[in-house]
Design a protein around this ligand. Structure first.
Ligand code: PLP
Ligand code: COI
Length: 339
């Protein structure tokens, strides 16, 4: 513990002291339980193992200059997990229970919340799985909700620096009317092959196109996509992308900064008209994009020619981090201090 180099953390797993669990049995949720074990005791026929009845979330806690610990918009994660549950027929966890579990697990692992100066944060990973045994393709009758935490640095090694991404038309992460709008493990399994291929070719992520027509921009690996042109913040509307809380927040900032927010299908060709582009998400925060290589048609869209984040990306990034770490007032009521 004494040896953690807080400012050199990567986005990886590190054991912490406790996790919080809650079980759904006989049609109702039980009380929160605290565990110090990293191991689950699971039925071999649990539906999460066979039929992908699994959903997860990702949010962060930040330590401010004042030493206080803040969690960002956790009600959004709670509601999204409910939406995921409806999407794959799992028991819905009440928002209050979700929030109570998050507060509890952060408090119990307070010594793992990185110091303000490090720029790192505590990643919070809620998980909901079907634990009941089935052999036929049916929803389970028992579920387990769990939250663990782990201190993290930037998702992309480079942090707030522009990174290259690529378009590969041979891969989709979700189907047109599939599970793209909810946060379920299968979407991430489906993205592994393309993701590895991209990494090996020197790219940071895959920029997916809409799976139906391959005409419009969808999202960027584990993050939403946005483009800046003139006075506009432009981000895809699509029924195969995850509604990102970070993106929602950036749209609000953009509007309050006097930008016009456009949420609509973005044709691939429009990439050539943007002055800045970026990926956004809890893990990615804002990661500016340096270039987008459309590999199948051998076309490149170049943005950060000087290797630096653009001015609008930078402004949005500072606003987001400022509110999350408590450096700036939070007029939106998005931050909850963990007492
Ligand atoms: N898109 C996908 C596929 C993701 O996995 C995530 C991360 O949760 C996001 C977008 C960003 O969402 P959020 O800003 O809520 O973290
Ligand atoms: C997040 O941004 O929290 C994510 O879940 C992205 C990734 C680690 C799956």
């Amino acid at each position: 513990m004494e040896n953690i180099n807080w400012s050199e953390l990567t986005f990886g797993y590190m054991k912490t002291d406790y996790n919080v669990r809650c079980y759904y049995r006989n049609g109702k949720w039980g009380e929160l339980e605290v565990s110090s074990s990293e191991i689950l005791n699971l039925h071999m026929a649990a539906t999460c193992l066979h039929y992908g009845q699994e959903s997860f979330e990702g949010l962060k806690a930040f330590r401010g200059k004042d030493g206080q610990v803040r969690v960002f918009r956790m009600d959004e994660n709670a509601k999204r997990m409910q939406s995921s549950s409806r999407g794959i027929l799992m028991a819905e966890l009440p928002v209050e229970k979700f929030e109570e579990a998050v507060r509890k697990v952060v408090r119990l692992n307070e010594r793992f919340v990185p110091p303000y100066e490090s720029g790192s944060s505590l990643y919070i990973r809620p998980l909901l799985i079907g634990t009941g045994a089935q052999v036929g393709v049916k929803p389970a009758d028992e579920y387990m909700f769990l939250v663990f935490v782990t201190p993290v640095g930037p998702y992309f090694k480079t942090g707030f620096q522009p990174v290259p991404v690529c378009i590969m038309r041979d891969y989709d992460r979700a189907a047109p009317h599939g599970t793209g709008t909810i946060k379920v493990g299968g979407n991430y399994a489906a993205s592994l092959v393309a993701g590895e291929k991209a990494k090996q070719a020197g790219y940071n992520a895959v920029l997916y196109l809409d799976p139906k027509e391959k005409k419009y921009i969808d999202e960027c690996g584990p993050a939403n996509f946005f483009g800046i042109r003139g006075n506009s913040y432009i981000t895809p509307a699509s029924n195969s992308i995850l509604p990102s809380t970070t993106n929602k927040s950036l749209m609000q900032f953009a509007e309050d900064m006097g930008l016009t927010v456009e949420r609509r299908p973005i044709p691939v060709e429009e990439l050539s008209t943007f002055e800045e582009t970026g990926e956004c998400g809890t893990a990615a925060v804002i990661t500016p994009i340096s270039k987008i290589d459309d590999l199948d048609v051998n076309k490149s869209y170049v943005y950060a020619t000087d290797g630096k984040p653009g001015p609008v990306c930078e402004k949005l990034y500072n606003k987001l981090r400022g509110i999350q770490y408590g450096d700036e007032p939070d007029p939106y009521g998005w931050v909850q201090i963990i007492e």
